[in-house]
Design a protein around this ligand. Structure first.
Ligand code: G3H
Ligand code: 13P
Ligand code: NA
Ligand code: ZN
Length: 328
């Protein structure tokens, strides 16, 4: 059934596990996530970005998720709107059936310019007000995603701030987080700890100076009852990069957020872990490999099947690693 995000996150907190939140754009991704969830008996968070709505259209996304709920009646599913840029966008998503929304007030409506604290409080509080009155969960964000290595917001595919960010914005302040949650009453809080969207997060395997897991602990100490969210949390597995390179792709050396670091963060109150890039890498590698090995094939089903299978393996691995296998 379609369930509320709050209900899933509360259960995760009570039982000490985390939930991957996978971005979806098309049929094969939805199927991959649901097959993985069914095989490991996990609850599901599927989320749609502005880019997903632009690509697939609101109606197609909604009906794909409805289809998932119908096909897997035993699996609890949350349909979450990722990175809402304004209260109006969040309202639109709720009207179209999303059971959870993210109001990303860390940036202005352009989705690029870092906002003031007061603006963020105001828009987040507004969304909480209308959402809670109808049982919709709200995720807010304090701090900006970006690299502690370079100070660059560094989002290569257009999601997130642009240019160089002040170092203080790249790490969520625990005292400010406590004030923010008190003022907004958001259900979940996305925090900045040095991760960024996309495949190019770190130039080396991250250590504590560039991936601030300790900061999660400090924020959790101030906000023990708030569900923390990690964005930009793909692990960018080296073996997936290798498959892409082996079959003609061109990807520079890069590192993601190691699964062990996420496991530590889950111990410190992280309940929702956003993952998009890893599914993209898995599908791209599988498509490249199939078409390279079968140059005469042209039925999309033939290359989308291994792509779906590769995405499913990533999802299963995250469900298991984050402790939500068996929790559906
Ligand atoms: O928010 C970041 C996600 O990876 C979505 O990316 O805007 O390209 O769909 P997208
Ligand atoms: P990745 O690019 O690391 O998969 O992050 C996705 C995300 O945070 C979506 O909101
Ligand atoms: Na989100
Ligand atoms: Zn994100």
């Amino acid at each position: 059934p379609l369930v509320s995000m709050r209900q899933l996150l509360d259960h995760a907190a009570e039982n000490g596990y985390g939930l991957p939140a996978f971005n979806v754009n098309n049929l094969e991704q939805v199927q991959a996530i649901m097959e993985a969830a069914a095989e490991c008996d996990s609850p599901v968070i599927m989320q749609a970005s502005a880019g997903a709505r632009k690509y697939a259209g609101e109606a197609f996304l909604r009906h794909l998720i409805d289809a998932a709920v119908e096909a897997y009646p035993q699996i609890p599913v949350v349909m979450h709107q990722d990175h809402g840029q304004s209260p109006a966008i969040c309202m639109g998503a709720i009207r179209s059936g999303f059971s959870s929304v993210m109001m990303d007030g860390s940036l202005m409506e352009d989705g690029k310019t870092p906002s003031s604290y007061d603006y963020n409080v105001a828009v987040s509080r507004e969304v909480v007000k209308f959402s809670h009155s109808i049982g919709v969960t709200v995720e807010a964000e304090l701090g900006c995603l970006g690299s502690l290595e370079t100070g660059q917001a560094g989002e290569e595919d257009g999601v997130g701030a642009e240019g160089t960010l002040d170092h203080s914005m790249l790490l969520t302040d625990p005292d400010q987080a406590a004030d923010f949650v008190k003022q907004t009453d958001c259900d979940a809080l996305a925090i900045a700890i040095g991760t960024s969207h996309g495949a190019y997060k770190f130039t080396r395997k991250p250590t504590g100076d560039i991936l601030a897991i300790e900061r999660v602990k400090a924020i959790h100490a101030r906000l023990p009852n708030t569900h923390l969210v990690m964005h930009g949390s793909s692990s960018v597995p080296q073996e997936l990069l290798e498959i892409i390179r082996q079959y003609g792709g061109d990807m520079k050396e890069t590192y993601g957020v190691p699964v062990e670091e996420i496991q530590t963060a889950i111990k410190f109150g992280v309940r929702k872990i956003n993952i998009d890039t890893d599914i993209r890498l898995a599908m791209t590698g599988a498509v490249r490999k199939f078409l390279f090995e079968n140059p005469s094939k042209f039925d999309p089903r033939e290359f989308l099947k291994p792509a779906r299978e590769a995405a499913k393996l990533v999802c299963k691995a995250r469900f298991e690693a984050f402790g939500c296998a068996g929790q559906a």
